[in-house]
Design a protein. Sequence first.
Length: 143
Amino acid sequence: MSKIKNDFPEIFSHSFKIPVRITDLNYGDHVGNDSLVSIIHESRVQFLQHYNYTELNIGGIGLIMANLTIEFKKEIFYPALIEVNIGAANVAKVSFDLLYKLSVNRGDVFFDVAYAKSGMVAYDYEKKKVALLPENFKAILTA
């Protein structure tokens, strides 16, 4: 099996804290992979809300996820508070990557628990086709 390796910028532009809910746990008594996808989604929504955008409106155009990779590093247990650091990379005409570094504090020491990357594409939901990234939004991603 080939190993996924996500490349990350040295500085993440945003940080959000997402609490682990009891319903995030799986039969192994740690956060399940499906819940981790939801936590990543929540942090992306908070990132967009910081700029008064939504996944359906980044200046008249929406976003659609083209791909998602997750590199699991350590188990996450209840009741953890996950710090999700987000940064943008590979900004192009119609797409960009969001990079996520997820950490938890255990006994005053932060541990990286997962790295993720979502490939996002500008999408016109009315026309059902890929669109250009709005320049204002592109400027946020490249700042």
